[in-house]
Design a protein around this ligand. Structure first.
Ligand SMILES: Nc1ncnc2c1ncn2[C@@H]1O[C@H](COP(=O)(O)OP(=O)(O)OP(=O)(O)O)[C@@H](O)[C@H]1O
Ligand SMILES: [Mg+2]
Length: 211
């Protein structure tokens, strides 16, 4: 089975890695057995899940450290999907090891050229990982998008210069993502408050699984 390990990576901080990883895992868990691997020493996703009540059946979190590949390999045995939340760092070994274990990489970026260019190093790392791991597919995912309008021309050019393609589905800026984090749940557990955010995440899942 391919597409089982989906890593959410960007060395730039605050671009939405944990928000995407948590909600992606919640959506995938509605399809099949899913695990979350927390590779960030800040342990944000672990704290998010630990905070929540029982109203949202979030996947279990396993904290992974130096031997990320072994931990991911272990999780793959019992889960159809493993979502890996990565730290805002490129620090060689850990990220390289995760990319070597991953089938899909999602790189959330804020929709400004400056933010995108701050992730250029990431694109180079992904390309290097793809040389070793031929099955690895990667996409940029726009996060905190303000409108459904077309991207600005500057942003389109910046995206075109990237060696990593842009996922068509994107994440809008929505209060629901912040509420979910505060309440320790995914947007799926927010009922009518979360419907539009759920639609964002479902579109991302469908597009990623279709490839
Ligand atoms: N689409 C969104 N709409 C509204 N708020 C968002 C959205 N995405 C992320 N946020 C908020 O932005 C902040 C940063 O998001 P998040 O923690 O997911 O980023 P991160 O890349 O994991 O950060 P770090 O690099 O520190 O791990 C959080 O407060 C989160 O709630
Ligand atoms: Mg994070």
């Amino acid at each position: 089975m391919t597409d089982r390990v989906i890593a959410v990576i960007n060395q730039k901080g605050g671009t939405g890695k944990t928000t995407l990883a948590l909600n992606l895992a919640a959506g995938l868990a509605r399809r099949a057995a899913t695990a979350i691997a927390d590779a960030d020493p800040q342990r944000s996703i672990s704290q998010w899940v630990a905070m929540g009540g029982n109203e949202d059946a979030l996947p279990r979190v396993t904290q992974v450290g130096d031997s990320a590949a072994a931990a991911i390999f272990h999780l793959k045995k019992n889960h159809r999907y493993v979502v890996v939340d990565c730290p805002p760092a490129v620090q060689g070994a850990a990220i390289e090891e995760i990319m070597a274990s991953a089938d899909r990489v999602l790189i959330p970026v804020l929709p400004s050229p400056l933010d995108l260019w701050a992730s250029v190093e990431m694109a180079a790392l992904v390309n290097a990982a793809q040389k070793k791991n031929g099955a690895l597919q990667a996409w940029l995912v726009l996060n905190q998008v303000e409108t459904r309008n077309a991207l600005s021309r500057v942003m389109q050019q910046a995206v075109a210069e990237f060696d990593v393609p842009l996922l068509q589905a994107s994440i809008q800026r929505r209060a629901a993502y912040r509420s979910a984090a505060v309440e320790g749940v995914s947007v799926y557990a927010l009922g009518s408050r979360g419907l539009q955010a759920v639609a964002d995440i479902e579109a991302i899942i469908e597009e990623v699984l279709r490839q």
